[in-house]
Design a protein around this ligand. Structure first.
Ligand SMILES: NC(=O)c1ccc[n+]([C@@H]2O[C@H](COP(=O)([O-])OP(=O)(O)OC[C@H]3O[C@@H](n4cnc5c(N)ncnc54)[C@H](OP(=O)(O)O)[C@@H]3O)[C@@H](O)[C@H]2O)c1
Length: 318
């Protein structure tokens, strides 16, 4: 149970990846400022988290079952938290979907929205009224850079993150009146089970309904570029946990938080031209003209350039 002065943090989807890393980082906070409720839809998957958090288990971390796609599960979980008191809600649970739209079923698309969008809505509806009455709280969503700009063959996943960004942007304004902060964390590629699950799905699917030319673009341009991007630019779940902790501990938590500085110019491109033609054409060029040649070595070079830029900025600031 949380002790006096500790902030209660509830995180969804803690069985792996980013949710697990955030749970571990907050539960192992040196000053023990957080009491973490790590949730997952199947507690049989708890071992990785329990092992990673070590002796904090049972002290600053407890576990609860929670499926963000079920009204009942969400209510039961929040009801079982002492006084329903949650200071920080971290909406992390999410699923991906890639492929040509015409080859994806509406059921698959609805499942993505059910988790990534309505899952967040369900959690916020359950937790926000108590935050409002206490006039304090912080709602965080692990969104994505794909919630800020579309990427070919990720259309539906991107739409689910755009929808969440849109809803939260409105809420952020309204909730300022109640002293509640809303923050989006927007990672680029992160090396977790997420990509592996997607690739396993892709390898099993025939994508019936897509024409041969589109399928060829998907398999020969998109997939290799994607694999290289994860290898070359992928962050670790701990990188995302660090950014999230920094946002939580900020006196004025920002609304938007990109985690990978290499994506800042890509996102800025969208706002540099009001017609958005510039960013659409740039992505087209990257996928179809550079896609095949965006090898790991070139991505590594981009990374070095980014690190060099940062060291220059730091030199100027010091
Ligand atoms: N990895 C990336 O490149 C990347 C980039 C940008 C944003 N993100 C976002 O980061 C978040 C975490 O993803 P990750 O990379 O850590 O992937 P991950 O390792 O696959 O973790 C996703 C987590 O969500 C859980 N989950 C899925 N459906 C759920 C449901 N209905 N109820 C509760 N939990 C559910 C999974 O639990 P189970 O074990 O039960 O399946 C798992 O613990 C997602 O929102 C994702 O969109 C990821």
């Amino acid at each position: 149970m949380a002790t006096e002065g500790q902030r209660v943090v509830l995180i969804t989807g803690c069985s792996s990846g980013i949710g697990l890393a955030i749970a571990v980082m907050l539960a192992r906070d040196k000053m023990k400022r957080y009491y973490v409720i790590g949730t997952m839809r199947d507690l049989k998957r708890k071992d990785k988290l329990v092992e990673a958090v070590g002796d904090a288990y049972g002290k600053t971390l407890s576990l609860l079952t929670l499926d963000v796609c079920s009204d009942e599960s969400v209510k039961q979980c929040v009801d079982s938290v002492k006084d329903r008191h949650i200071d920080i809600l971290i909406n992390n649970a999410g699923v991906g979907l890639v492929g040509p739209v015409e080859a994806l079923s509406l059921d698959e698309m609805k499942q993505v929205f059910e988790t990534n969008f309505f899952g967040v809505v369900r959690m916020i509806k359950e937790v926000m009224p108590d935050m409002k009455s206490r006039r304090s709280g912080h709602i965080i969503v692990i969104s994505s850079v794909l919630g800020l700009h579309g990427v070919a063959f990720n259309d539906v996943y991107s739409a689910s993150k755009f929808a969440t960004e849109g809803m939260c942007e409105g809420l952020a304004i309204q909730l300022m009146k109640f002293n509640i902060n809303v923050s989006m964390i927007e990672p680029g590629p992160v090396n977790t089970e997420f990509e592996m699950k997607l690739m396993t799905e892709v390898s099993k699917k025939e994508f019936v309904g897509a024409d041969a030319e589109t399928l060829n673009h998907f398999r020969t341009c998109y997939l290799p570029t994607q694999i290289n991007l994860f290898k070359g630019l992928g962050q670790t779940p701990e990188d995302i946990a660090k950014v999230t902790k920094k946002v939580i501990e900020s006196p004025r938590p920002p609304f938007r938080n990109l985690t990978n500085p290499l994506y800042t110019p890509i996102v800025a491109l969208k706002y540099a031209d009001e017609t958005r033609g510039l960013s659409v054409r740039t992505f087209y060029h990257m996928l179809y003209n550079l896609g095949g040649i965006m090898h790991v070595s070139q991505i590594e070079a981009l990374k070095l350039l980014k690190d060099w830029n940062y060291s220059q900025i730091n030199c100027v600031q010091q």
